[in-house]
Design a protein around this ligand. Structure first.
Ligand SMILES: Nc1ncnc2c1ncn2[C@@H]1O[C@H](COP(=O)(O)OP(=O)(O)O)[C@@H](O)[C@H]1O
Ligand SMILES: [Mg+2]
Length: 182
């Protein structure tokens, strides 16, 4: 069942819904328990994110895609907190979480995104403890060998070395490539 079923969505169409995210490229409103809409300021950005979401539908770490028009995308609303908030709260990265993060990064590569270096605020930990990645407008426009943005995000909480120590245990070969990320 489509929510809007129109080419463009205006502020008026969403005035009854709760604004849950107010970013540089759009506004996100929660529509139902498990759906939200991202309204884009530029159609160009919508196109990029839509392409990435479509390709990402093969993966459980990408929100489900439900409906879209020229300036909006209706997608799965992920219940949970961002990795950034989690780290701020917990002040540590467990080995289990480090493993999940490595699986997530691997999954982004598997999907074919050239940008698999996501940011801590764009990783959401669902209620079931699964990692989900949002904001994919740059999925195909940036490229890096080492997840520098993610590691810098960990660094802000003083947790980069904590994470890298786990990586050393789990996959020493990756550790060797990432240890000099700065
Ligand atoms: N699918 C989603 N489920 C839950 N929250 C979301 C979802 N998409 C976006 N958000 C919330 O909205 C905020 C802004 O979304 P984002 O895609 O990063 O927008 P922008 O492209 O403007 O940066 C996110 O930081 C997050 O809090
Ligand atoms: Mg964003």
């Amino acid at each position: 069942m489509k929510v809007f079923n129109k080419r463009r969505v205006s502020r008026k169409d969403v005035e009854e819904y709760k604004l849950i995210g107010d970013g540089k490229d759009g506004e996100v409103y929660q529509l139902t328990h498990d759906k939200c809409v991202k309204i884009f300021f530029l159609e160009e950005t919508q196109k990029k994110e839509l392409e990435a979401l479509k390709i990402g539908q093969s993966s459980p770490i990408i929100p489900r895609l439900y409906e879209y028009g020229e300036n909006y995308i209706v997608m799965e609303y992920i219940h949970g907190i961002s990795l950034a908030r989690h780290l701020k709260r917990e002040q540590k990265i467990t080995e289990e979480l480090a493993e999940e993060i490595l699986i997530m990064l691997n999954e982004l590569k598997k999907i074919g995104f050239t940008r698999w270096d996501t940011e801590v605020r764009h990783v959401l930990i669902s209620e079931k403890g699964q990692l989900k990645v949002i904001d994919h407008k740059r999925a195909f426009t940036s490229n890096s060998k080492v997840p520098v943005k993610l590691l810098k995000g960990f660094e802000k909480f003083g947790l980069a070395q904590n994470f890298l120590n786990h990586v050393k245990n789990i996959q020493p070969s990756i550790y060797k490539k990432w240890m000099y990320y700065r």
